[in-house]
Design a protein around this ligand. Sequence first.
Ligand code: NAP
Length: 263
Amino acid sequence: MGLRQVGELLETSLYMSETTEKRIALVTGAGRGIGKSIAELLASKGHHVICISRSESSCGAVADAINAGGGSAESRALDVADKAAVKEACEALLEKHGNIDILVNNAGITRDGLLFRMSDDDWDDVIETNLSSCFTFIKYLARPMTRKRWGRIINMASVIGLTGNAGQANYAAAKAGMIGLTKSLAKEFAARNVTVNAVAPGFIATDMTAELNEKQQEAIVGIIPMKRMGEAKDIAATTAFLASEDAGYITGQVFTVDGGMVM
Ligand code: NAP
């Protein structure tokens, strides 16, 4: 074989490193913001995407737009904090698809307040929606992944889970809990070729951060070395990489995507 042929062969194998295999992906909180961007990006890579959010109007619109654009998606309205509803949905989806290959636990809420003013409901709602939902989805969807010996689980944490934040004890506890869950399950599933990673976004321009007033937003941008909030597509890109074949040897990690805020 001549040098030129070796070069051509190397080039071909480089471009073949990303599989074209179509995977089944499930994204929670896919109706808006970061989850919507993740659903769209995974669909653009040829995967079938199951879009889940609280209201059918939001996840349904995302799935419709993906299908209209030539991709493949379906939607399911569901409260991720409702364990019985998640179990029922997971069983139905496994029956239909046989397996979910990529699970992105992205749905999340905030209910901010200083501790003495934080109600029991504010605590419970944030823990159940952000953290317990990850446990429930993984519990029902990971077993078939381990049997298939291929799976990607990505949990949407937050830099707040790494640093803490006054007024967000519930949210910080939920996100830190997601990181502990990620690392533990990475160890449990590694030998079965199922990776479990977390993404920790900094401040990203979505409906969630639009709740902050102008003064709060200015203060936040002031502490970001890149001097701007991130975009949903920044988080989608990291998530899609972790869901890819190329990320197959990465597990138990937390990827901070925050314009340099937490180093
Ligand atoms: P967002 O714009 O508020 O969108 C949240 C999505 O989650 C919506 O689609 C919503 O459904 C869905 N959702 C909320 N509660 C749900 C429930 N109980 N059941 C089912 N779906 C539910 O939020 P985002 O900013 O994109 O944030 C996405 C994730 O990133 C969250 O976990 C958040 O904590 C995390 N994060 C965000 C930032 C940020 O700066 N934005 C920073 C760090 C981490 P509907 O559309 O039906 O309402």
